[in-house]
Every structure is written in C-alpha cells, then in structure tokens.
Design a protein around this ligand. Structure first.
Ligand SMILES: NC(=O)c1ccc[n+]([C@@H]2O[C@H](COP(=O)([O-])OP(=O)(O)OC[C@H]3O[C@@H](n4cnc5c(N)ncnc54)[C@H](O)[C@@H]3O)[C@@H](O)[C@H]2O)c1
Length: 452
C-alpha cells in the first residue's frame, strides 16, 4: 500500500495558512502605504495587526477613525469587525507569520538617505523574531539595504540565534526575508491596487516563494526577481524614469514659453503616437514622498562604486529650480500691471503636491509660499484638502485655508495644484490675474491668464 508523504516544509505550511486565512499578517508603519495594505489584507479576511509608533494613529484606528482623506472611517470600522487591530506593542510581532515594513525613507538635511526608520524598526522586530517568520521590506531604498542593513540587525538582535535563510543555513533555525516595492500612485483611480503587479525579490528562493504566496492573496500578478537588490533597484528605476522625464518636460516648457509655444498642446499631440512615447507633464516643481527623494538614494549609493549618476543630478537641478521660475513668472506678470511682488496679495490655489490628494509632503507649494513671503508678498492659500498648513519637517507656516469668495481682492491668483474641484472659468472670471503652472485653465481664453 502506498503511503502519502506528510512532510511539511515552511512553504507548504505557509501556503496552507494563507489559503485558509489563518496566517497572521503584521504591517509596520500605518501611513499612506501601510494602512491601505492592511485594509487589503483585511478585505481578504486575514487577521491583520498594524504596528505604528505614532500613538495618535493607533488610537484613531482602534476607535474606528481614519486620518487619511481617501480612506473613509467606515472602511476602518469594517476592518475592525473583521479583526483588524492597531498597536505599538512590538512584542506582538512574535504572533505574526508575516511582517511587512512600510516605514518612511526620507533624506536627511545633507540630502543623504535617512535609514533610521528602517533600522529602528529592525531593532524593534529583532528580539521578537521567531523561526519560520517572513519579513518583507516595502520602503523605497537603495539596492543593498535589505541584505546589508535590515538582515544584520535582525540576525544580531534576535534571542534565538536565528539566521536569515540563505544557502547553508540549517532548516528550522531560520527566518525569511524579501524586498517588495510599493507601487501605489495616490489619486490614480485608473488601476485597481490589486491589478498593479507586485515585484518580489527574496534573499533565497524560499523567501521569494513565501513572499509571492503572501502577496498572491491580494495581488493579481506577482513578478519575481532574483534578489532583494534587484527589487530595490526596480523601484528606483521606475521613479528615476519619472523624475528624469519630468525634468525633461520642465526644461522644454521653459524653452517653449520663450518661443511662445504651449508645451501641453505639444505633449498631447506627441502622445497620439501609438508607440515609443509616454507623456509626462511639466509643473511648478516636484513633490511627494517619492520622486523628489528616491533618486538621491541611488546617487548616494553610486558613490560607493565611484560612479556619478549624472542624469539624476541634472534632473534634480532642473526640478528644484522650478519654484524659482514660478516666482519670477509671478513677478513679471505683476510687473506688467505696474505692481511689485513686495506688498501684493497672492492667493495660491492648491497646495497638495498633486491634484486630488491630501498629501503635502515635499510639495512645491510650500517652497513657493516661503519664497513669496521672502519677497514681501501677503500670501494666502486655498485647498479643499487642507483646512490649515501647520508645521512639517522643513516648514512652519501656520496658515489657514482662505475662502474662495473674494478672488477679486487678490492681485494674483496662482494655480499651483490643479484640483478637479475648482471651477476654473469662474476663477478666471473673478480674478484680476491668474498665473497657471499646470495648464488648468486650458480652453479658457482670457488676457488675465499667464502660463508659466
Ligand atoms: N506614499 C506613497 O505614495 C508611496 C508610494 C510608493 C512607495 N512609498 C514608500 O513607502 C514607504 C512609506 O511611505 P508612506 O507614504 O506610507 O509614509 P508615511 O509617513 O505616510 O507612513 C509611515 C508610517 O510609519 C510610522 N513609523 C515610523 N517609524 C516607525 C517604527 N519604528 N515603527 C512603526 N511605525 C513607524 C509612522 O508613524 C507613519 O505612520 C516609504 O519608503 C516611501 O518611500 C510611498
């Protein structure tokens, strides 16, 4: 009689737990990336535990509230009913089968990678690690971070002498590590999150398979790559591609303005080519947590290899100069009306870093406000997503959102972010002067409009 093998491997066990929804998933860092991810797992009936050091976020979630504009409180409440919990107690990491890290990766004051959030998280996880667990890093970072930074902390800090699974590590005494970049595009409603293919690179083939099984539960397609570093580099390539192309159209916009051409019209025409061209659009400067920051992670790492990433540096130079171009354009537009920047009243429309989102991070609007204030301008702003602008890592503005009812009182209305909620024909009608950095007033003919 044939006997069936009952041997289980970490992979078969893990897959079975995923299939039966018994796997416990921990998400560390409940921000713009981590919270939606936790909700995706919760929707798929996993018991999800979210970890965050920000006690206000933990309390808000425990009480069924949301702090991200596009996530309704009802979604949090439903997740809570399905067993979602938020905590700042790292001891609970031990209970997890898989842990996904989504903490920030900013630049420090010298424009160099600040990995402190990753290292702090790794130090907090390490004492609570147990054999067989899968740890996945999602935070955007330079190639080598997972293997050179995360893994050594996890290995040195755990109580049981566990090692990350690599060739030569005895089975049973190991944990698994992978990198899988987050690819969310905030505000983009054209692709469902689960339809964005998920790139996964494990430290060894088993780790890759475990991570693929974990993400298969919530994503339609998994794209395996050969290592964590390849997955880290994939994310950077995607963002550098955007950064460089945005710089290209920003530079071409400056030329087009001199030549009396509307670059947006040109881009729309070029975009009709069915192959070989992808449209990017100029603007008042780069914003967000990713595009202005991530490329510098690679240029920093490249120095270790005696390599200068010239495209990244040039793109950075052009993109960083854009807010200054906006100030010059506003100054020239006022000058045409025999007014000076100093003493004028300017209303900025839209401060989020891009349209229809509630994210201020690295927004060019913040730089523009500060530069205008330095010129002696009385600056006000309106943004349906921000009732006030307080204090951030690099700014302290303390401004309240101004109403839209007295547009004619301002010497200039400056469109920085083209939110869909704005009634642009009305804005042009009621304002004395409109400086438009986004081509938001397309199709409206008026001598009051200045494109910049
Ligand atoms: N926001 C995006 O659209 C986006 C897209 C792709 C990739 N990313 C990347 O994802 C990562 C996270 O970005 P985000 O936008 O979600 O950041 P975020 O600032 O919105 O959220 C990060 C969260 O991590 C928490 N945190 C910090 N240190 C912690 C610690 N030691 N333990 C537990 N929690 C901790 C913070 O309190 C915060 O709630 C970054 O590397 C970013 O580059 C972001």
């Amino acid at each position: 009689m044939m006997t069936q093998s009952t041997a289980t491997t970490p992979l078969t066990e893990f897959k079975a737990k995923i299939g039966s929804r018994q796997a416990r998933v921990g998400i560390i860092g409940l921000g713009y990336v981590g919270l939606p991810l936790a909700l995706l797992y919760s929707e798929q009936k996993f018991a999800v535990t979210g970890f965050d050091i920000d006690q206000r976020k933990v309390s808000a979630l425990q009480e069924g509230n949301s702090y991200i504009y596009r996530i309704p409180a009802a979604d949090i409440q439903q997740a809570r009913q399905r067993g979602f919990e938020a905590t700042s107690d790292y001891a609970r990491i031990t209970q997890m089968d898989a842990v996904i890290i989504c903490v920030p990766t900013p630049l420090d004051e010298y424009h160099e990678p600040d990995l402190s959030y990753i290292t702090d998280t790794a130090k907090a996880i390490a004492p609570n690690l147990r054999a067989g667990q899968l740890v996945v890093l999602e935070s955007t970072t330079y190639p080598g971070t997972t293997e050179e930074v995360l893994v050594p902390i996890l290995e040195n800090g755990n109580k049981h002498g566990l090692k990350a699974a690599r060739k030569g590590v005895a089975a049973g005494r190991e944990f698994f590590v992978a990198f899988s970049p987050e690819r969310e595009d905030p505000g983009n409603t054209t692709v469902a999150r689960r339809d964005i293919p998920k790139v996964v690179g494990g430290l060894d083939p088993q780790a890759s398979e475990l991570a693929a099984a974990l993400y298969n539960a919530i994503f339609t397609r998994i794209v395996p790559v050969s290592s964590p570093a390849a997955a880290e580099m994939t994310k950077l390539l995607e963002n550098i591609y955007r950064c460089v192309n945005i710089a290209l159209v920003n530079e071409l916009k400056l030329l087009s303005l001199r030549m009396g051409l509307n670059l947006w019209e040109v881009i729309e025409a070029a975009a009709t080519k069915p192959f070989g061209f992808h449209p990017f659009y100029p603007g008042p400067g780069l914003g967000g947590h990713c595009i202005p920051v991530d490329p510098f992670y690679l240029s920093w790492k490249a120095k270790e290899w005696d390599f200068r990433t010239r495209f990244i540096e040039l793109a950075g130079e052009i993109n960083i100069s854009m807010p200054y171009h906006v100030i010059e354009s506003v100054g020239r537009a006022l000058n045409q009306q025999k007014k000076a920047l100093n003493g004028s009243r300017i209303l900025i429309l839209g401060v989020a870093y891009k349209k229809d989102i509630d994210d201020l991070r690295e927004s060019p609007a913040l730089t523009i406000i500060e530069l205008l204030q330095k010129e002696g301008v009385q600056v006000s702003y309106n943004d349906p997503y921000f009732k006030m602008i307080g204090r951030g890592r690099k700014y302290d503005l303390q401004m309240k959102c101004a109403p839209m009812d007295k547009l004619g009182d301002y010497d200039c209305v400056l469109i920085v972010t083209d939110h869909s909620d704005y009634d642009y024909p009305r804005i042009v009608r009621e304002s004395q002067l409109v400086v438009d950095t986004r081509n938001a007033t397309r199709g409206i003919e008026s001598p009051k409009i200045v494109h910049c």
